[in-house]
Write a protein that binds this ligand. Structure first.
Ligand SMILES: NC(=O)c1ccc[n+]([C@@H]2O[C@H](COP(=O)([O-])OP(=O)(O)OC[C@H]3O[C@@H](n4cnc5c(N)ncnc54)[C@H](O)[C@@H]3O)[C@@H](O)[C@H]2O)c1
Length: 346
């Protein structure tokens, strides 16, 4: 078991890696507990309110938030009580949002059950639901008081879901953490077979990397949190170009290849960064180009979606470029230049 704690602005966030959820729940005394969990999990939690919910993007709906708020209200929950969100990123995003608005926020505990949830969605305090067909339009920044990565959940997680989460882990390695990059380079068998020591190591390092960044720039206003977007500008364009049929992890894998090439061509990265990026993604069986995504991507829609990127300021997009493995730099890229490069990648 490993622990971490970080003060993020006005909240203290505790991370526990390797404890079972049952043990965690029995350590809470004198407060009401609600466990909101993905219906797909086999779980029989002891709590005052137990609510199984659907998962997937459809669960990220404001109506589900209101249902949850109503249940908490009827059960007499107050700000000192606990909501335990158990599931993949979709369940955490919906429950996190509900917890942040109920009485202006109660004690939220994130228990991510996918690798993506453990290394990304469950960390950093962003939550949200989709609106009018657009992702995460409604949401808040709200830090969970505890993040519990119960590695037991990984046992049932399909290999493809592991790979999707690994794309984000590899991202941390490339732009923030050479040690993590090196660890991933030599432990692929243990990681792909979900060996607990290796999983604990990569989850610990990823959470630490993400929290270190979030702590410096919780609200994404200082040009630091942007580093977590490496591969995502192009990745989001690919997702949009496929009508959101291509999984996020696959799209950002191709996005990282493309963005590292742009960084090199614009003269920001050392020689070899593109090869090192491609090599590690390939080692984990992640796609490197759009023709490997198994779904058609409309170049036109993909490129035009870049023009609506939230990171555009004037006619420039601020992008995090890897300068060498484990290091990065924020660069303002003219939109025309970016679209020119991206059309070569797609
Ligand atoms: N808030 C953030 O900072 C943040 C960051 C990244 C992604 N996200 C969001 O996260 C969502 C994606 O998360 P996700 O990939 O976890 O998707 P998800 O919640 O849809 O889960 C993926 C699949 O895994 C299944 N599953 C979950 N746990 C399992 C387990 N232990 N064993 C077997 N199957 C299991 C689910 O039933 C589902 O079919 C997106 O909505 C994305 O926008 C949020």
């Amino acid at each position: 078991m490993r622990n971490l704690s970080e003060n993020i602005c006005c909240s203290s966030v505790n991370v526990i890696i390797g404890e079972r959820i049952e043990d965690f729940l029995s350590s809470i005394h004198g407060k009401k507990i609600a466990v909101i969990y993905s219906k797909n999990l086999r779980l029989n939690p002891k709590a005052d309110l137990v609510l199984p919910v659907e998962d997937g993007e459809e669960t990220k709906d404001i109506n589900n938030v209101l249902v949850l708020v109503k249940k908490l209200f009827e059960a007499g929950f107050d700000r000192g009580d606990y909501v335990i969100a158990v599931g993949g990123g979709t369940v955490l995003d919906m429950v996190g949002f509900a917890s942040s608005i109920y009485m202006r926020g109660l004690n939220l505990v994130n228990v991510p059950t996918t690798l993506l949830g453990m290394v990304d969605a469950g960390i950093g305090g962003k939550n949200g639901v989709n609106f009018s067909g657009i992702k995460n339009v409604l949401g808040t920044f709200y830090q969970p008081s505890t993040i519990l990565a119960d590695l037991g959940f990984l046992e049932t997680l399909p290999k493809e879901e592991i790979r999707k989460g690994l794309a984000e882990v590899i991202k941390y390695g490339i732009v923030l953490d050479k040690e993590l990059y090196d660890y991933l380079s030599i432990h692929e068998n243990e990681i792909l077979s979900k060996e607990p020591v290796a999983m604990e190591e990569i989850i610990y390092k990823s959470i630490k990397d993400k929290l270190t960044i979030v702590k410096q720039d919780e609200r994404e206003t200082k040009g630091i949190r942007i580093v977590l977007n490496f591969g995502h500008t192009v990745g989001h364009a690919i997702e949009a170009g496929s009508g959101f049929k291509i999984p996020h992890g696959h799209a950002i894998s191709v996005g990282m290849v493309c963005e590292s090439k742009i960084a090199e061509e614009m003269g920001y990265s050392e020689e070899g960064v593109v090869e090192d990026t491609i090599w590690l993604l390939q080692l984990y069986g992640l796609p490197l180009s759009v023709d490997r995504l198994g779904f058609p991507v409309s170049k036109e829609i993909a490129i035009s979606s870049i023009q609506h990127d939230k990171k555009i300021r004037g006619s420039k997009v601020m992008m995090p470029f890897p300068t060498r493995i484990g290091e990065w730099k924020a660069v303002d890229v003219p939109l025309d230049t970016l679209m020119g490069f991206v059309s070569q990648c797609l």
